[in-house]
Design a protein around this ligand. Structure first.
Ligand SMILES: CC(=O)SCCNC(=O)CCNC(=O)[C@H](O)C(C)(C)COP(=O)(O)OP(=O)(O)OC[C@H]1O[C@@H](n2cnc3c(N)ncnc32)[C@H](O)[C@@H]1OP(=O)(O)O
Ligand SMILES: CC(C)C(=O)C(=O)O
Length: 617
């Protein structure tokens, strides 16, 4: 922020000796955001062009913030990402969630493109958004037709949205090669399309496709494209880094030029081909853009669009802009994961701000420091974006990781002095973890196994069951001969039996009496048969174990060169359907059955503990 407008006078601190032109903004709409650049100021040193041109006024000036509108295009540009296909119902749910969260604009799709998008807009006519404005997207009219004749423009009107965004070419080469139209015809396409939509009461944005490449190739023509839109009444011209090849310093400089030239608001739409889309969007804002287009989690064609999940917190927490209603940002992590779920995309743990690893500490030195002061290895408070600090336990841990884990689990009070017993305990656990990781375990993703190690080290811990013995008989010649005829799910090629001692009700006086159970089961493989037998044995004493489901079973061979003697790592994930909790356990062994039995036992033990003594999830 370099300037403050007061009573029509631009006060520019610290600009003595600087030069070039500085854009001046004035007036605010209901959100307190800046209105168009209305003038310019000559100063003397061109280096200022790379500085920010944001201007503030009145209340906003006093608080030192200005409003940036977030324009979400997950439902349109996001769905151009490979592997993303949203059903109408998904789109409706996402639109409502984005509205609840508080983005300013939601681009729903391209009504002239396909029946699904048209259906979405039809359905949206029945849904009232709380504060976001719904946008329909399309292109400028086709060459040599009138807007009234253009099916795409007609579909935009029929969508009945308050906002229409149209993409128009801004790079002379693209006009000639792709549109095969004259440069003048392209200007007419832009101008007539904008004015046609404005006359029908729409708020209109022009997405100036390839703007930055176009500006570098032919700045005068690129600007004429924006002028064609601006003169026809466009509310916002959005500068697109369509090929995603620009850098923040170019984006900053060019956005600055545009912001001081055009009379309407300026937006930014960046793609991530250089992994700079977020940086480019922020650079544009610092240079005068006040609308940022992007997608949830950075979905989008090729390498994706600018990730709004990073842009929104960066604007509010780092750059001092406002872009969301009060307290909204705390829902960011949930929003990101909700949209991943709807889009059927895996959660990317390393995503800044919202990923489950974004505040996960692994290195022993880091954890020791974070325990003293979280700011030592965190750039923000995770709660500000609805995320949480996590401590991982692995061979890279120090004692602090174990102590912190015990505190997180409520086994040791936070702030309590770590006494000698805990010092010895944490040292022993740590040593065991390092030994086991050396043998092939990995505890990082197996938090149930870590928790059990800590609990088992505590005086008085009693495991809810003990596996006395098991047998497995797997495969037979008859099944082998018929293997091509039997579907996998129907194969019963393995049988398992288990003998267990299961704790019944514990009382203080009598301790915990055991019952011994013996059960058997068939399965389509040895682990399946064994799991079913364990489940039977446990449910015969604890019926609630039925709510536990094995949802993932991963096997990894750790030393391929050892051929069939190789060590196998098994990671198992369970879910308790009723408690809505998931947990993972791990084991490693050269015998895949032993590794599986150990991981299964940890999984069941943890599940039964959760039932009797739920820990924070
Ligand atoms: C950078 C972006 O992300 S822009 C958005 C890109 N997204 C999409 O394309 C997804 C939705 N698209 C679609 O469903 C289809 O492409 C449609 C319905 C829009 C058009 O389909 P079709 O009529 O079959 O045309 P096609 O897809 O081949 O598009 C090419 C035509 O569009 C014209 N065109 C391209 N950009 C524009 C534009 N901004 N304004 C006007 N016409 C344009 C081209 O000149 C070409 O015309 P021609 O066939 O006369 O040479
Ligand atoms: C249509 C526009 C916004 C676009 O996706 C781009 O140019 O990248």
């Amino acid at each position: 922020m370099v300037g403050f407008v007061q009573g029509g006078t631009l006060l520019v601190p610290n600009l003595k000796g600087l030069g070039g032109k500085v854009g001046v903004c004035s007036g605010y709409d209901f959100r307190g955001r800046l209105r168009p650049v209305v003038g310019s100021l000559e100063v003397e040193d061109a280096s200022v062009r790379q500085a920010s041109v944001g201007c503030v006024d009145g209340e906003e000036a006093r608080s030192g913030t200005s409003f940036v509108d977030i324009y979400d295009t997950t439902l349109r540009d996001g769905s151009q990402g490979e592997g993303i296909s949203l059903a109408v119902e998904d789109k409706l749910r996402i639109a409502q969630k984005l509205d609840d969260f508080g983005v300013s604009y939601i681009e729903g799709g391209w009504p002239g493109s396909n029946p699904k998008d048209a259906e979405f807009f039809a359905a949206m006519k029945e849904i009232k958004l709380k504060s976001a404005k719904l946008c329909a997207f399309g292109s400028t009219r086709y060459k040599h037709v009138t807007c009234a004749e253009d099916a795409n423009i007609r579909a935009l009107i029929e969508a009945q949205t308050p906002v229409v965004t149209i993409v128009g070419k801004a790079w002379d080469m693209q006009v000639e090669v792709v549109l095969e139209a004259s440069l003048e015809e392209n200007l007419a396409m832009i101008s007539e399309s904008v004015s046609y939509l404005k006359k029908r009461g729409k708020e209109v944005m022009l997405d100036a496709e390839h703007f930055f490449d176009g500006y570098l190739a032919n700045p005068a023509y690129a600007m004429r494209c924006l002028d064609a839109a601006g003169d026809a009444g466009a509310d916002v011209v959005v500068l697109c880094d369509t090929n995603g090849g620009s850098s923040p310093w170019e984006i900053g400089r060019i956005t600055f030029e545009v912001a001081r030239h055009v009379a309407c608001r300026v937006g930014i739409h960046a793609h991530n081909d250089m992994e700079l889309a977020v940086a480019n969007s922020l650079a544009a804002v610092r240079s005068g853009a006040s609308v940022v287009q992007g997608t949830a989690n950075g979905y989008g064609e090729r390498t994706g669009n600018a990730n709004l999940m990073s842009i929104m917190p960066a604007l509010q927490l780092k750059l001092g802009y406002k872009c969301l209603p009060e307290n909204s940002l705390g829902g960011l992590t949930e929003l990101s994961r909700f949209i991943d779920e709807q889009a059927n995309r895996p959660h990317v743990t390393s995503r800044p701000f919202v990923g489950s690893s974004a505040f996960a500490h692994k290195g022993g030195l880091h954890v020791a420091a974070v325990m003293k002061n979280e700011n030592t290895y965190q750039h923000i408070d995770p709660k500000a974006v609805g995320n949480q600090k996590r401590v991982l336990v692995s061979e890279l841990s120090g004692r602090g990781n174990i102590v912190q884990k015990a505190q997180d689990l409520g086994l040791l009070k936070s702030g309590e002095v770590v006494d000698d017993a805990w010092k010895r305990r944490s040292k022993a656990i740590l040593q065991r973890i390092k030994e086991l990781e050396n043998q092939g375990y990995t505890f990082e993703g197996a938090e149930a196994s870590v928790e059990l190690m800590i609990r088992r080290s505590l005086p008085g811990y009693e495991a809810p069951f003990e596996l006395v013995d098991f047998t497995i008989v797997s495969g037979n010649k008859k099944e082998m001969d018929a293997r091509d005829l039997i579907p996998f799910s129907e194969s019963q090629s393995s049988q398992a039996t288990v003998k267990m001692r299961v704790v019944t009700e514990c009382t203080d006086e009598d301790g915990c009496p055991f019952v011994e159970t013996f059960e058997g089961s068939e399965g389509n493989g040895p682990v399946n048969a064994l799991n079913k037998a364990m489940m039977k044995a446990l449910t015969s004493v604890f019926p609630s174990v039925q709510a536990l489901t094995l949802i993932d079973y991963k096997v990894r061979i750790l030393d391929n060169d050892m051929a069939s003697e190789a060590t196998t790592r098994v990671m198992i994930e369970f879910m308790d359907e009723e408690l809505k909790r998931k947990w993972s356990s791990v084991s490693a062994h050269p015998n895949i059955i032993v590794a599986s039995v150990n991981a299964l036992m940890d999984g069941y033990e943890y599940g039964m503990l959760l039932r009797t003594n739920p820990t924070p999830g």
